[in-house]
Design a protein around this ligand. Structure first.
Ligand SMILES: Cc1ncc(COP(=O)(O)O)c(C=O)c1O
Length: 393
């Protein structure tokens, strides 16, 4: 089964062939929240050639990406640090590089990724306090954290150096009130650390308005590059702070990246080809209208697929006003086991994603991230209807 090439014509032809033959579609559309499908242009960029990262050409590539990333996200006074690793490496770099010796972190936890921020802090010996809604997983993971609870926790823990929050909790597709939390943190000495890994480019909230000191993101997902490279964007206040913290990790110490990258260098061997792809994805992003164009596309996609879900009687877990533009968590229809639904949809050319943790047996996720031909989103409703019938036990 081929996984590449989502050029409109290629995908259309193959999909048409599947419709005619009832056979397996060999153009798989990934509807999981990353790695997401990428354009042919971005895939081709992987083949720009071999390059030593100590050569000036890599320095130029790095400089361009370091300028374009903050520009793409409306954070032009932030400085970008590029790290070879998945999104979790950016989270870890952000957490361990924002808390000074003997100081503490406050983590907003209403999903798997909030919990991960907490675990990262604790694994690195940083005292961490959690702010989380009450209740079982289902309640906690569908409730945005009350910004007033953050204010109260900050008053209770004066040693807090950083407040960490996930912008878009991919666990359920819920948007947290990052702007309101940012306003509270702005009045303190603490840094606001935002995990925007599943939000960059695709969610409406302008990161520039949030007042985030550190923003974590990844090349793939809403930016449509390839997975394997992540980034941490630092405000001037964060740039100062990361140079004041102890070196808690050799590989993920932000201060080392800051020093090296300012002189066109990276401390460790980077995924050069993934950087090429990110460079191309960023050019594509600007050509397609930048932040406004990309978020509009994601809003339109959400509208399209969610109207189909409604026609099929599939209920969305998260309240409409809290939903992201990209992830929809749906109740599994009666007598439809997730694994069978997944396999039936995969036969029809779509990869969906299970719910996480204790929600995995009752819910599933459909995510419209990455490069997806519009007609494949239109055809999803029919594929879903057929798959639900075929999967019913
Ligand atoms: C909000 C959020 N944070 C962090 C991560 C972790 O990223 P990775 O799996 O690339 O390490 C993800 C991955 O989906 C995510 O959605």
């Amino acid at each position: 089964m081929g996984y590449g090439g989502h050029a409109e014509t290629g995908a259309g032809r193959l999909f048409g062939a599947w419709l005619a033959s009832g056979d397996v579609d060999d153009e798989l559309i990934l509807l999981n929240p990353g790695p997401a499908c990428t354009s042919q242009r971005v895939k081709d960029a992987l083949l720009r050639g071999d390059l030593c990262h100590r050569e000036p050409e890599f320095g130029e590539l790095l400089a361009r990406i370091r300028t374009d990333l903050p520009r793409a996200l409306g954070l032009t006074s932030h400085e970008a640090l590029l790290v070879t690793g998945s999104g979790t490496s950016a989270m870890e770099m952000a957490v361990i590089s924002s808390v000074r010796e003997g100081r503490e972190i406050l983590v907003v936890d209403n999903g798997v990724y909030g919990d991960r921020l907490l675990r990262i802090a604790r694994a690195n010996g940083i005292t961490a306090h959690a702010v989380r809604p009450d209740g079982d997983d289902l309640t906690r993971w569908t409730t945005p954290v009350d910004p007033e609870a953050v204010r109260a926790a900050l008053a209770e823990h004066p040693g807090v150096d950083a407040v960490a929050v996930v912008h878009h909790e991919t666990t359920t597709g819920l948007i947290n009130p990052v702007k309101a939390i940012g306003e509270i943190v702005a009045g303190t000495d603490a840094l606001l650390v935002v995990d925007a890994i599943s939000a960059t480019g695709n969610e409406d909230q302008d990161l520039g308005e949030i007042g985030a000191d550190i923003v974590c993101g990844t090349a793939n997902k809403g930016l449509h590059g390839q997975p394997g490279v992540s980034f941490v964007l630092c405000s001037p206040k964060a740039v100062e702070r990361v140079q004041e913290v102890p070196e808690r990790s050799l590989y993920l110490n932000a201060a080392s990246y800051l020093k090296g990258q300012r002189s066109g260098n990276v401390p460790f061997t980077p995924a050069v080809q993934v950087c090429y792809a990110l460079d191309e994805a960023l050019q594509e992003y600007f050509e397609q209208g930048g932040f406004a164009g990309r978020t509009r596309l994601y809003r339109e996609r959400a509208e399209l697929v969610r109207s189909g879900f409604a026609r099929l009687g599939l209920d969305v877990l998260v309240r409409p006003d809290l939903r992201s533009n990209s992830v929809t968590m749906l109740h599994l229809p009666d007598a439809v086991p997730y694994d069978r639904l997944h396999d039936e949809l995969k036969r029809r050319g779509y990869v969906i994603y299970a719910g996480q943790g204790s929600l995995s047996s009752r819910f599933f996720r459909i995510c419209t991230m990455g490069e997806i031909p519009w007609h494949r989103l239109e055809e999803l409703e029919g594929a879903l209807a057929a798959s639900v019938s075929a999967a019913r036990a």
